[in-house]
Design a protein around this ligand. Structure first.
Ligand code: ARG
Length: 459
């Protein structure tokens, strides 16, 4: 059994059950590269401040690099008796590098060490996620461009409301993912704070040069309160919160893909490569990718609940409860990255059924608001126009017709302001073209939004 690094005050060994229960190595071994990076910087700083010699630091650095290689070559034994990744690395280093290695932990605690490792991990993963979000945004913009003039019904309450451009609909998701990327960029600032030097909770008696360590590790600033440094997991809660919002966006897109690819809607066809079949029903082609992304949203939101509940009411400073922060964090990172990746691959593989979308716009009185607008244009106050249009809708419903299928005489029963030009006014193309206020679904407006998005990418 490996020697414990904290066994000085203990006369009896740890119960096997306790070792197994308290061990986190299966989970936190993922942090090995960050842990080693932090330890190398700490050792170099100790030498720079003459707390250890440069020779000792060299031995430590070389030893740590060898440990890293062993882990990567799968030449490393993990065991519950060494609890976590920090103990494993330090103990392996001691085996390789002897006494010099035993100086590495000078002026450091696992409490500031783990805080550092998680921060390094979150910073690295946040940057990757921002990139994936930007890739997805580009794909949405390209798809919007490809189908720039395809019309579809826009919905409220999942009832057909008004015609919109499919490209406008996709650009709504572009906006969501842009906000997600902005949120991650913003929270990077709060992750980018170097906690080493806080030690267990109170700072240390050694003349550590925290600025020097900060520079070596590439952080923007050092933390200002040693107690907060080891107790803070805001950055992890914030990360999972942003990830949850992003997953909510993906789940909404997923729900639309599920609906649109159903025979009831038939707005899109997802390519065979991104659908799966049924083991019993030969005709089935299921949108499993979208369903799974929708389902995985629950995991990430669950992870958010786990971490915020974990941190609730914890007294200052570090508490072992906090070891439980890693599973929800790692699971969130893996899930979000996988979902972003699969959507980026799937979206270019959809086929848009233009004529089905178009004919859906012709049924369900999607031009009723425009009939009211038409009357307003002829001088009628909007409220009255709304009521006239409503009466025309009721009349058409009774006849089993749409508004554009009525005659001018039919219309005139409700207002003599209506002329034959109403039909052109109520055409789908005209309804779209008129919506040119900033952010509207007009052809020109959406083209401009797409161009602006493309310009934003080029910067
Ligand atoms: N494995 C621990 C964690 O992830 C590291 C810190 C342990 N600190 C301690 N005082 N036991 O939280």
């Amino acid at each position: 059994m490996a020697e414990k690094l904290w066994d000085g005050r203990f006369s009896a060994g740890t119960d096997k059950l306790v070792e197994k229960f308290t061990s986190s190595i299966d989970v936190d071994k993922k942090l090995y590269a960050h842990d080693i990076k932090g330890s190398i910087a700490h050792a170099k700083m100790l030498a720079h401040e003459s707390i250890i010699t440069y020779d000792e630091a060299d031995i430590i650095v070389k030893g740590l690099e060898n440990v890293k290689k062993d882990i990567e070559d799968k030449n490393f034994v993990f065991s519950d008796s060494l609890e976590d990744i920090h103990m494993h690395i330090e103990s392996a280093l001691a085996e390789k590098s002897g006494d010099a290695a035993r100086k590495l932990h000078t002026g450091r605690s696992r409490n500031d060490q783990v805080a550092l490792d998680i921060r390094l991990y979150i910073i690295a993963e946040t940057k990757k996620i921002i990139q994936s979000l930007e890739t997805l945004q580009k794909i949405l913009v390209n798809t919007a461009k490809k189908y720039i003039d395809v019309v579809m019904p826009g919905y409220t309450h999942l009832q057909r409301a008004q015609p919109v451009l499919f490209s406008h609909h996709l650009m709504a998701y572009y906006e969501m993912f842009k906000r997600d990327a902005d949120r991650f960029k913003d929270s990077l600032k709060r992750s980018d704070v170097m906690p080493l030097g806080a030690a267990a909770l109170a700072g240390t008696t050694y003349p550590l040069n925290r600025e020097y360590t900060r520079k070596l590790l590439g952080f923007s600033k050092i933390s200002d309160n040693s107690m907060d440094s080891v107790a803070d997991r805001d950055f992890a809660m914030e990360f999972i919160s942003h990830a949850s919002i992003c997953m909510i966006h993906l789940s909404r897109l997923s729900e639309e893909f599920v609906l649109w690819s159903s025979s009831e809607f038939a707005f899109i066809t997802i390519s065979d490569a991104f659908t799966t079949g049924s083991s019993i029903m030969p005709q089935k082609k299921n949108p499993d990718v979208s369903e799974l992304v929708r389902g995985k949203t629950a995991r990430v939101v669950g992870n958010l609940m786990a971490i915020i509940t974990l941190m609730k009411s914890l007294p200052m400073t570090y508490n072992r409860d906090m070891q439980e922060d890693k599973e929800p964090l790692f699971d969130t990172v893996d899930t979000l990255k996988a979902c972003l990746e699969i959507y980026a691959a799937m979206i270019p593989n959809i086929e848009v059924n233009r004529s089905v979308m178009y004919s859906a716009c012709e049924h369900g009185f999607l031009n009723a608001t425009d009939l009211a607008d038409y009357l307003v244009g002829k001088g009628m106050p909007f409220r009255q126009a709304h009521s006239v249009s409503g009466k025309a809708v009721a009349y058409a419903l009774g006849k089993g017709k749409e508004l554009h299928e009525l005659s001018v005489d039919d219309f005139r029963q409700f207002s003599d302001l209506i002329d034959a030009d109403v039909f052109d006014y109520l055409s789908i193309e005209k309804m779209i073209s008129r919506r040119i206020t900033h952010g509207g679904t007009g052809y020109e407006t959406v083209k401009k939004a797409v161009e602006k998005a493309e310009k934003d990418f080029k910067q």
